[in-house]
Design a protein around this ligand. Structure first.
Ligand code: NDP
Length: 239
């Protein structure tokens, strides 16, 4: 059974990805950061193992992946780098702490997690890495210089690591969701939400399952010729 690790996998988009992977026959592990109540509830509902560590910290990732290996007795085959945060503000008011937090959690985390799992993927000559970017990494967004930079950085990282890994049976791809209904987008003011929806050809926010479905495709062994690409799932927004 293939082992799939989903960061930020206990709520929002990540929880949908974890559930979908489990339903498709993977042995799934969901990482989270601090929301232990949600993680425990998720575990009770799904029986998916949950592990807490901070993906923005390299040593925590080494420890966390080590714990997963000890618990499951195997190495990660599919890594979904999904954990992310926003700390929005206009750039001229942006606190340096919010810059570093967003870059650390959304971008450095991808380095950290890939750096920890890639040696065993190279040994096994198999791996699937799926990095969660965003439509706002492609087109930019007011109030999100930090988030847009991190999500754009993921795209370059994905292409470069895909090139390095192509001959080792490892694919590295990104997904760039548009607006998906989760806790993250619940914080958007209603009037702004209406404005955003007005610019989405499909006329609504996306659903978690619509992202999870794409992860299943990219994680599949048969997706072996798809690498270094970005899948835009955004209801038809022009980029
Ligand atoms: P949520 O806010 O609903 O969930 C975020 C998850 O990431 C939580 O499980 C959280 O853990 C985890 N997390 C946050 N920081 C860390 C950390 N330092 N270490 C480990 N885990 C962490 O987010 P969404 O489901 O909305 O978003 C998931 C991904 O999709 C993100 O990368 C986001 O940027 C991206 N995305 C989302 C869009 C949307 O419209 N929702 C659109 C485009 C991209 P905990 O539960 O412990 O807090």
């Amino acid at each position: 059974m293939k082992i799939a690790l989903v960061t930020g996998g206990t709520r929002g988009i990540g929880s949908g990805i974890s559930r979908a992977l489990k339903e498709s026959g993977y042995l799934v592990v969901a990482n989270y950061n601090k929301d232990i109540d949600t993680a425990e509830k998720f575990h009770e509902e799904t029986e998916i193992s949950v592990f807490s560590w901070d993906v923005s910290d390299y040593d925590s990732c080494v420890r966390g992946v080590g714990e997963v290996r000890d618990a499951l007795g195997g190495d990660v085959d599919v890594l979904v780098n999904n954990a992310g945060i926003t700390r929005d503000s206009m750039f001229h008011k942006m606190d340096p702490t919010d810059w570093h937090r967003v870059i650390g959690t959304n971008l450095t985390s991808v380095f950290n997690m890939c750096r920890v799992v890639i040696p065993t993927m190279r040994e096994k000559k198999f791996g699937r890495i799926i990095n969660m970017s965003s439509v706002n990494g492609l087109k930019g967004q007011v109030g999100q210089t930090n988030y847009s930079a991190a999500k754009a950085g993921i795209l370059g990282f994905t292409k470069a690591l895909a090139l390095e890994s192509a001959s080792k049976g490892i694919t590295v791809n990104a997904i760039a969701p548009g607006y998906i209904s989760t806790d993250m987008t619940d914080t958007i003011r209603d009037d702004i939400k209406e404005k955003i929806i007005g610019g989405i050809p499909v006329g609504r926010f996306g659903k978690i399952d619509e992202i999870a479905h794409a992860v299943l495709y990219l994680a599949d062994e048969r997706a072996s010729y798809v690498t270094g690409t970005t899948l835009n799932i955004n209801g038809g927004q022009y980029l």
